[in-house]
Ligand binder design. Structure first.
Ligand SMILES: [Zn+2]
Length: 269
């Protein structure tokens, strides 16, 4: 169990409190439908996390899965509790049973120690997403780019200006576009199926780009939408028939989060 407060970056805090990198990345993944960890983190954000540590002959070997976590981002508290049918399959839910999984990830970039410190770079000519119809993520060349939702590849290849670019077709007339890639991912070609979070390419500076960054567009029909503010639907909640089991399994974890939150606040004051 660990609690921390963000002062500069999630990894700086992880180092301060001795949180393994793997747990920090899981934290970013679990809340990745609600929080863009590349852009949304604020100084003063807080988190509490309860995670497994695997032991061998009495010594901690490595960290395992996060069992429960709370993240307070810009004053908004989100909680996630792991709940599964068995050890292998499961998902993260809010304490009321709503799924944390969204139809789209907030950020198409893999979150890592390297990308977390990279500052956003504005487009040199068109500074707003509205004029520029996309969002730019500064990141080192080679950073993994993920499909933000389940999709079929609509196109993968070179387009002038965009450089190496992948376009994905999702349900509901939604398409997403990922441009300036140094390389398109293996097996990413027209007609291929990809799942949310699958790697579709790598950050680069091909086409009209002044430095390595990902240019990301989100369209509904033919209309560009701002992926930073659009509200995404959630996956299915815990089924009504499983709510009793869910409550029984998660109540001790929720109580633990409550206690840890109290401790963290006391420490800060
Ligand atoms: Zn751009």
């Amino acid at each position: 169990m660990k609690s921390g407060e963000i002062r500069s970056s999630l990894f700086a805090t992880a180092d301060e409190i001795g949180l393994p990198d793997g747990v920090a990345v899981q934290l970013a993944d679990i809340f990745g439908g609600d929080i863009d960890f590349h852009r949304d983190l604020r100084k003063g954000d807080r988190f509490t996390v309860i995670y497994e540590t695997l032991h061998h002959q009495g010594r901690p070997l490595r960290s395992g899965r996060i069992l429960a976590a709370e993240f307070v981002n810009d004053g908004r508290a989100l909680r996630a509790i792991w709940f599964g049918e068995d050890a292998g399959s499961g998902s993260y839910y809010a304490p009321d049973g709503k799924s944390l999984r969204k139809a789209f990830l907030r950020s198409p970039l893999e979150f890592s120690r390297v990308t977390s410190g990279f500052k956003m770079r504005f487009h040199p000519l068109l500074k707003t997403w509205r004029a520029h119809k996309g969002v730019d993520y500064g990141a080192p060349t080679g950073t993994r780019v993920r499909a933000t939702g389940d999709a079929v590849v609509e196109s993968a290849g070179w387009i002038n200006g965009y450089g190496n670019v992948v376009t994905l077709r999702h349900g509901g007339g939604i398409t997403t576009l990922y441009a300036h890639l140094s390389r398109i991912g293996d097996g990413i070609r027209r007609g291929a199926r990809v799942g949310q979070g699958d790697v579709i390419g790598y950050v680069g500076a091909t086409g009209w780009a002044t430095g390595p960054h990902l240019h990301y567009e989100f369209r509904v029909g033919n209309q560009h939408r701002n992926p930073l503010t659009i509200v995404f639907p959630s996956a299915d909640p815990v089924p009504a028939a499983r709510m009793a089991a869910f409550r029984a399994a998660t109540e001790p974890l929720v109580a633990q989060l409550d206690r840890l939150q109290g401790t963290a606040v006391a420490l800060l004051e």
